[in-house]
Design a protein around this ligand. Structure first.
Ligand SMILES: Nc1ncnc2c1ncn2[C@@H]1O[C@H](COP(=O)(O)OP(=O)(O)OP(=O)(O)O)[C@@H](O)[C@H]1O
Length: 934
């Protein structure tokens, strides 16, 4: 009886311990229990003539099993405890890190006391200093969700003023020191010869030693919002460019000055004082950054002025009688804000990279010198000391937690090894046990049989087995070759042990479109290494989401979710087409089945350029075009464009040719709110053609969706065209500003060549409007350029790049930062209605376009095209309208709502009907029907 109980216990304990294994199901345990129940009782066995010789020896085995089971059970308990401990430690570690970061983020707490000094009448200077690309601009400017020092300081200043008994007059000024010259950032740049000449800024010293900048615009501000408006305005005009170290590097020192005046405030040190907030240009080792040309000159100028600043600080620190303020414009401007009667705060930025160690040491040395002349008050030093202590403690705690985690991980590993060992033992014993029960059952049945037949019984094992005793697929997989299959199963062909795979679907969303569904497959082995495992009852793998333990990186694309139901047929078709297209592209790019995230990103960018939905002005389904044919097309169109001679340059508006009646009908039923009108630049100077022929690689049209329901399109690349179309979705036709750009020799920048706002119905002659700036800063009209040496244009554009309004800055708000950092992408922002690029981005009406040539991302060269080639395509333009209207992004559908969706559907149905009736021809019979077949 005792032994029977222990066998029962054993079965149960095995079940509880190994219950996670799929083949040891509760059914299995019940079967085992049933066998045990059916075992002949002690009494019956006594009465039986049969003695089972093995039985006693089995008793001892059973005891051994119980011990083994208990050991395994203990191991599992320990493992669970350790895993829980590890999770807890990780949690603590993360909390400590957060606390640490929180403490560090409180950078502004350093600035706050200085603001109080401003209110007391001190001149104050807040610098952001450091190597290029270390985050000076980020610190000063911040992001909308995480404002930097400038917005914080301005806000604090107004808060303090609000709480003060005195009334203050605030003025705001902003300037940059570019290549040793002062530039007022609040004054628009000259673009035309007729523009007012910007006044030269000069530094003057008053008899009291105060510094003033003559002609610098100072605008009165009444609140923080006004000041921030001006800050945003000025920031747009900063000189920035892409360098090897920073895609959006400041090429100048930017100085923001807020002056405070308060009359009848004797407690203040001065009637008028000022606060400077300075985003210094980044120091750079020119050999390392490999800067050349303009970038080299800018780098040198920045380094020189920083060195002059260092000399001033060094002289102040050593108390030298002569302080070399006059060595640079920067120190001249700050003369009365550095040194006595002023407070200086420097935020030093260093790079965490090992390769930047030298620069970091230099920066820290500089910071040490500055620190020695820092005039902070006692309180802030105390607070600072406390924080430093707290930070050291937190770091210590983090270290301890890390080492504890390490120990626990090691223990877990050991336990896993032990467990594996024990499990193997148990499983081998399991087989013995199975064989034993089997023999018993068979014997029992034979006894019964013999009882009935009355014949003698021999205790020989039988080969007949109950089905549950046969090896399952799982057990075969699990144990593989090591599995000691019972004799009876050896005849079977063993199933190959398969690797379990956990599969993840990764869908990348961009602009509300599920573009590529890719499948990432990770082998179980790697999961085991990288993820915390928990065993569940069905032996499945549950991965705990502990990022610190997890090597698998999830890439998240912050885009809105799209309900598939909300997508109509058109969107579904589009998504299908995109996926198809993406798959084809993926197979070209990477022969492996799985799309990597990089490939996805690459494809997304690629799609943007190659235009899955458009081909010049016609919609073409995504039919693969052979590279040979594509090159041929590129060449022939380029040749065509180059061969055209243009003698007169003018711009006009044209009603789109086509079936005007049907368009009016569409407008009448509300499918479109008005007949589409195109704004087309019909004639341009020929000199734009040459670079296009060389550089263009793609041919595409992009769609912008504005918040006020306008759909705008833009053509670029091979088509060598630039057109703005009011495609009929809005009632009003706003004035549109077009910009024409040229590209730098080194592809590092885009230069604005001309900018013009055109109103509906207006006709402009380009020669007067088209302007360019040469290396000396002279403004040239296009006729000047024609009569002079036009071939120098590209060089000139390189020189004048820094003058351009367009920088990669605007790209930040448009595209995933990963894309921006990993790829050298330039952008050109096209601004409607004369708005500046930031407003444009805010309005959601923007375009970031670029082209991909020879594996390098290059800025797109947008140029206007000649009349002849444009007219040849204009006939197709309206037809394209009907077809492209089939394609609208889900984002657009979301924005415009159901009614617009319905309207859009009606529009497309009518378009289809017109096509079906033959009223309208696409001129793309073959492609179109091939597309339909797809
Ligand atoms: N703390 C931060 N958090 C997130 N991103 C940061 C941070 N600091 C810097 N960056 C990013 O690093 C890049 C370089 O920063 P930033 O332009 O501010 O450097 P910089 O020191 O001003 O360079 P430069 O001297 O060349 O102008 C930017 O893309 C910025 O967004």
């Amino acid at each position: 009886m005792e032994s029977r109980k222990s066998v029962q216990n054993l079965a149960q304990s095995i079940h509880s311990l190994l219950g996670l294994k799929t083949h040891l199901t509760s059914g299995w345990a019940d079967s085992v229990c049933n066998i045990i129940k059916k075992l002949p009782s002690e009494d019956s066995r006594d009465g039986s003539q049969i003695k089972c010789q093995n039985y006693n020896s089995e008793n001892s085995n059973e005891n051994k099993d119980v011990d083994n089971g208990a050991a395994v059970s203990k191991l599992y308990d320990d493992l669970a405890a350790l895993t829980a401990n590890l999770s807890e430690l990780n949690l603590k570690k993360r909390q400590a890190l957060n606390d640490f970061l929180d403490l560090k983020d409180e950078v502004f707490s350093e600035v706050a006391p200085v603001i109080k000094s401003v209110m007391d009448g001190f001149n104050v200077c807040i610098f952001a200093y450091g190597q290029t690309g270390t985050g000076k601009t980020f610190t000063m400017e911040g992001k909308p969700d995480c404002p930097g020092i400038v917005p914080h300081a301005i806000k604090e200043l107004f808060n303090e003023a609000g709480e003060s008994n005195h009334s203050f007059l605030f003025t705001y000024s902003m300037l940059e020191i570019y290549m040793g010259n002062l530039r007022d950032l609040l004054v628009p740049r000259m673009k035309k010869p007729t523009d007012r000449i910007t006044k030269c800024l000069s530094i003057i010293t008053d008899p009291k030693g105060g510094i003033e900048i003559d002609n610098l615009v100072a605008i009165r501000v009444n609140d923080v919002n006004q000041a921030m408006e001006l800050y945003r305005l000025g920031s747009q005009f900063r000189s920035t460019a892409s360098t090897n170290s920073n895609i959006n590097s400041s090429r100048s020192h930017c100085l923001i000055r807020i002056s405070l005046t308060s009359f009848n405030a004797p407690s203040r040190r001065k009637e008028t004082n000022k606060m400077w907030m300075i985003d210094l240009g980044g120091s750079e080792r020119l050999l390392k950054t490999k800067a050349w040309g303009r970038r080299l000159e800018e780098g040198k100028a920045i380094n020189l002025s920083l060195s002059a600043l260092g000399d001033v600080i060094s002289a102040l620190q050593k108390g030298k009688p002569h302080v070399p303020y006059r060595n640079s414009k920067l120190t001249q401007v700050l003369r009365d804000s550095l040194g006595e009667d002023s407070k200086t705060l420097m935020l030093v930025h260093i790079s965490p990279k090992e390769e930047d160690l030298c620069e970091s040491i230099c920066s820290l040395g500089f910071a040490t010198r500055v620190r020695s002349i820092h005039l902070g008050n006692e309180e802030s030093e105390e607070v600072q000391a406390k924080k430093e202590v707290a930070m050291v403690k937190l770091l210590q705690k983090m270290k301890e937690l890390e080492s504890e985690c390490h120990d626990v991980r090691r223990d877990i590993k050991k336990l896993h090894e032990k467990l594996d060992h024990c499990t193997r033992d148990v499983s081998s014993h399991d087989n013995h046990l199975e064989a034993f029960y089997l023999s018993k059952e068979v014997l029992h049945s034979k006894i019964e049989k013999e009882k009935h037949s009355g014949a003698d019984v021999k205790a020989t094992p039988s080969l007949e087995l109950p089905s549950f005793m046969k090896p399952t697929i799982c057990s075969t997989r699990r144990y593989g070759k090591d599995h000691q299959a019972p004799e009876y199963s050896k005849k079977r062909i063993p199933l190959p042990s398969r690797r379990r795979r956990c599969t993840k679907n990764l869908t990348v969303f961009r602009n509300g479109i599920s573009e590529y569904g890719s499948e990432c497959t990770t082998s179980r082995t790697s999961c085991l290494v990288s993820l915390n495992m928990k065993h569940s009852t069905d032996y499945g793998i549950e991965c705990s989401q502990d990022s610190s333990e997890c090597d698998i990186k999830a890439v998240v694309f912050p885009e809105q979710e799209i309900s598939p139901k909300s997508l109509g047929y058109q969107e579904a078709h589009l998504i299908y087409s995109i996926n198809e297209y993406a798959n084809r592209k993926a197979s070209k790019i990477n022969s492996s089945k799985c799309l990597t995230v990089d490939n996805c990103l690459h494809l997304q960018k690629h799609e943007l350029n190659t235009g899955i939905a458009t081909h010049r002005t016609k919609w073409v389904p995504p039919i693969p075009v052979s590279e040979k044919m594509y090159k041929h097309n590129v060449k022939s169109v380029s040749n065509k464009l180059q061969s055209e001679k243009v003698h007169a340059h003018k711009m006009t508006y044209k009603n789109v040719p086509g079936d005007q009646d049907s368009v009016n009908n569409l407008a009448a039923i509300g499918a479109i709110s008005q007949p589409p009108v195109e704004v087309v630049v019909v004639e341009t100077p020929t000199f734009f053609d040459a670079p296009v022929a060389e550089e263009s690689g793609y041919n595409s049209i992009s769609h912008f969706h504005t918040t006020d329901n306008r759909v705008m399109e833009e053509a670029w690349g091979l088509s060598n065209s630039f057109m703005i179309r009011n495609s009929g979705c809005c009632a009003a036709s706003p004035p549109v500003q077009y910009n024409c750009f040229n590209q730098d020799n080194d592809y590092s920048g885009v230069t604005e060549m001309s900018s013009k706002q055109i109103d509906m119905g207006e006709v402009h002659n380009l020669p007067e409007d088209l302007m360019c700036q040469d290396s000396k800063g002279n403004l040239l009209s296009s006729s000047d350029m024609e009569t002079n040496n036009i071939l120098n244009l590209k060089e000139q554009s390189h020189e004048s790049e820094s003058q351009g309004l367009l920088t990669e800055r605007s790209f930040k708000s448009l595209v995933d930062p990963t894309v921006m950092i990993n790829q050298k992408v330039q952008t050109v922002v096209f601004t409607p209605n004369g708005k500046n690029s930031d407003e444009y981005c805010e309005a959601g009406c923007f375009s970031a376009y670029y082209q991909h040539t020879e594996g390098v991302m290059r800025p797109c060269l947008n140029t206007m095209r000649s009349e002849k080639s444009l007219l040849a395509e204009l006939n197709d333009a309206y037809q394209e309208d009907l077809t492209t209207s089939l394609i609208r992004s889900p984002e657009r559908i979301h924005q415009t709502g159901m009614s617009d969706l319905l309207g859009h559907k009606i529009q497309s149905l009518i378009a289809s009907a017109l096509l079906g009736l033959g009223v309208q021809s696409l001129g793309l019979e073959h492609d179109f029907f091939y597309g339909l077949m797809l």
